[in-house]
Design a protein around this ligand. Sequence first.
Ligand SMILES: *Cc1c(COP(=O)(O)O)cnc(C)c1O
Length: 448
Amino acid sequence: MQKSDSKTVAGKTISKWIDEVPVIADIMDKRETVWLNTDLLPFEEAILKSELQKKDIKDASDRLRRFASYLKRVFPETAENDGIIESPFCAIPKMKEALEEKYGEKINGELLIKLDSHLAVSGSIKARGGIYEVLCVAERIAMREGGLKETDDYAILADEKYKKIFSKYSIAVGSTGNLGLSIGIMSAKLGFRVTVHMSADARQWKKDMLRSKGVIVKEYENDYSVAVENGRREAENDEFCHFVDDENSKTLFLGYSVAAERLKRQFDEAGIAINKENPLYVYLPCGVGGGPGGVAFGLKMQFGDNVHCFFAEPTESCCMMLGMATGKHNEISVNDFGVENKTIADGLAVGRASGFVGKQMLSFMDGCYSVSDERMSALLKMIADTENIKLEPSALAGMFGPVSLSKKLGKLPRGYHLVWATGGSMVPSDEYKKYYEQGEKVIDNGNI
Ligand SMILES: *Cc1c(COP(=O)(O)O)cnc(C)c1O
C-alpha cells in the first residue's frame, strides 16, 4: 500500500484518511470488502430528511403510463407488456446451490434475480432512467409546441408533425456505454438529433449499434468524466440542446425508482410478502449511482425498514463506497487513492460517484461492497451454466452480495435475497463468448 504523507486528498493526508476510515485501506489494495453504513436511519426518519418523496415517483410512474401507447407503437417488442418496459424476476435455486457449494456460505432464504438485463429497447437498467428522461423532454416540447395534452393518446407522438418539431432539438449525453444506448435509441426514435460522448473504454459494438441508428458518437481518449464534461460544455452553448446529466439528474433517478412499485406488484402476484419475518435484501451494481440509487429509493418507499439495499462495485471503481464512507461524495475519487478505475465491468467503470445520489441515499442504504473482475467473470460463467442466463460482467457485481454479506456478518440474515441483474441481453454473441471464456479461465486457475 502506498502511504504518502506529503499528498493530501480533500484536506487530509492519505494515512489520516485510512486512520479515520479504515475501509480505504481495502479500497487502495483493491481487496474485496464490505462497508456497512452507520448513517442508515429508520425509514420514517430518513424520509423526513429526503428531498425526493413518494409523489415524485408517482409523477414519473404516471408519465410512463401516458407514454405506453407511444412506446407500443414504435417499439413493437413492448406490445406484449402494453408499452410498459419492465423485466421479470425469478428464483435461481441452482445458482444458489452452486454459490453455497463453491464459497461455503449458506444463503439463508430464497435467491432471486431481477432481469433488467432483458428489458426491452436497450437491454439494461438504463432502459428505465435513460428512456424516462428523454420522454420527459419530449413531453415538455410536445406540449409547448404541438399542443399535446396529458389526456391525449400519446401514440400521436410518432406522427410526422411531432417528429418535425423534435428534429429542431438535440439531446446529448456522456456515457460509458449503456446510458448512451438507451438515450441514443430513444432520442433517435422520437426524431431528436442526438450525440453520445463516449469514453475510449466503451465497447465498439455499442458505438457501431448507435451509429447504425443515426446517433452521432464522439469518442474520447480519457475516461468517462472527460466525455461527460465535453458533452456538458457543448450543450451549454446550445439552447436547443438538452444534456442528460448522469451525475446530477433527478429525472433519471426518478425514472429508475418506478421499478419498485412494479416489483411490489410482481411479488404480490407471486405470493411473496415482504415483512419483518421475511425481509428483502437487494444487491445493486453501482456505477455513478443513479440507477441503483433510484431503484433502492423506490424500494425503501415500498418496503420501508423491511428492505435492505446494498451497492455493489468493482474493486477498481468503488467510488460510491469511498464517497459515502468519507462523507466526501463527489469531492473525492478512487484515482486520488491510486486506484485506476480499470475494470471489465464497463457499466460500473466510474471513479467519482454522483454527489446527489450519495447524499440522497446515505440515510437509506445498508452498505456497499466490492468485487474483483475475476469474481464477476467467474459468476458470469456460473449463472450461464446453472440457470442459462446470459449477463454482462457489470450485472454480476450483485451476485456475490449474499456471500460477501454472510462472510462479513458471520451468517446471512434469513429473507429474500434479490440480485439486480443490470444488463447483458444486447451483448453480441461473439463478445459474450469472450466473457464466458474469461470466466472459464479464472475458474480453472482455481483461486476464485
Ligand atoms: C449503468 C449501469 C449500472 C449502474 O448504474 P449507475 O447509474 O451508473 O450507477 C449497472 N449495471 C449496468 C449494466 C449498467 O449499464
